[in-house]
Design a protein around this ligand. Structure first.
Ligand SMILES: Cc1cc2nc3c(=O)[nH]c(=O)nc-3n(C[C@H](O)[C@H](O)[C@H](O)COP(=O)(O)OP(=O)(O)OC[C@H]3O[C@@H](n4cnc5c(N)ncnc54)[C@H](O)[C@@H]3O)c2cc1C
Ligand code: FES
Length: 305
């Protein structure tokens, strides 16, 4: 284990949106801006053959402050000679090293999946809009995730626990298909030990060692108290899961304007130039990937609100 070294140049309280990169449409993009910065793999944790969490250290310490991020933002991870993929940053923003949790699905991730401690990748970012952590201050936060959907939100949860007094009740509902799909169990167990916190884990197809709930994530709603007047919801996972979750939340009186969802689209430039990530008029790379649900509900089909 490489110990997480905490950032000395970041103060205690920072506000989402105060830092991070934003690209203004039409503004010139500096030449160096799209060039990946070399980073070395300093730790790799594998969750079965198909999912790996990499801790990456930016090789040039002078470049590290440019990678300060807000939870929910993503980097483009470059496998030299192969290509780039958009990957959420799953670490705590206070950690010196950056963590990316990657599922091996295709051409580029297969190459990344063969890399190990000591190997190098390129990173550019961080990109996009993070979770509304400032707006959620003093409120209850309900986090609903499915599958690897937990990756974009783990950093946000760590951020809130690091400032625990600033948030009300934190409820985390996470579902996986098979129990072996559960990544970062150690973090879920650590969060579970906090006061005024509920962590519900469920699996559709558990193995014999599974001790948590069986079924789909929306069944966990029965176990949480939701005060609709003071709850902010962070959602991330398959579209069908998010659609069912929103229906339940609406029935329980949570206003749609306090529901946020993380979206994924195929990406190339990540800075609003190529149009690969477009969702109607929205560019997922720079307007998202975190959106107020009301803004994107139409993409979830009729009756999605
Ligand atoms: C903002 C954002 C954050 C993401 N965060 C993570 C993360 O934390 N961990 C992680 O493992 N993955 C994440 N992804 C998905 C990741 O970018 C894709 O899995 C990756 O690009 C696949 O690249 P590949 O070359 O290995 O696969 P390819 O050979 O390009 O494709 C393999 C298959 O995956 C599909 N695919 C490719 N990219 C995407 C995409 N972005 N969305 C949906 N389907 C896609 C293709 O259609 C194809 O079916 C994120 C995507 C976005 C947009
Ligand atoms: S990825 Fe190019 S515009 Fe979004």
């Amino acid at each position: 284990m490489v110990p997480a070294r905490h950032r000395s140049h970041r103060g205690g309280e920072s506000h989402p949106g105060d830092d991070g990169v934003s690209v203004t449409p039409g503004a010139p993009i500096a030449a160096g801006y799209l060039v990946p910065e070399p980073a070395q793999i300093v730790e790799r944790d594998s969750y079965g053959p198909g999912i790996h969490a990499y801790r990456l250290r930016i090789c040039d310490p002078a470049a590290r402050p440019r990678f300060d991020f807000m939870p929910g933002q993503f980097n483009m991870v470059y496998a030299p000679g192969v290509g780039e993929v958009a990957i959420s940053i799953s670490s705590d923003p206070e950690d010196e090293d950056l963590e990316h949790t990657i599922r091996i699905v295709g051409r580029t991730t297969q190459v990344i999946g063969r890399l190990d401690v000591g190997d190098f990748v390129g990173l550019r970012g961080p990109y996009g809009v993070g979770w509304p952590l400032h707006e959620a201050r003093w409120k209850d936060v309900l986090v609903i995730t499915g599958g690897l959907g937990c990756a974009p939100v783990t950093g946000a949860i760590d951020y809130m626990f690091r400032r625990r007094a600033n948030y009300g009740r934190i409820s985390i509902l996470h579902g996986v298909k098979k129990s072996e799909d559960l990544v970062h169990r150690d973090r879920f167990e650590a969060w579970r030990r906090h006061p005024d916190t509920y962590v519900g884990l469920t699996s559709d197809e558990p193995d014999r060692a599974w001790r948590d709930r069986i079924g789909v994530v929306t069944e966990l709603f029965e176990e949480v108290d939701i005060d609709p007047g003071r709850t902010v919801v962070f959602m991330c996972g398959p579209g069908v899961m998010m659609r069912y979750a929103v229906a339940i939340l609406r029935r329980r009186g949570v206003p749609v304007e306090r529901i946020y969802a993380s979206m994924e689209r195929n990406m190339k430039c990540a800075v609003g130039l190529c149009g690969h990530c477009q969702l109607g008029g929205e560019f997922v790379c720079k307007d998202g990937p975190i959106f107020p649900y009301a803004r994107i509900a139409k993409f979830f089909g009729p009756g999605a609100l």
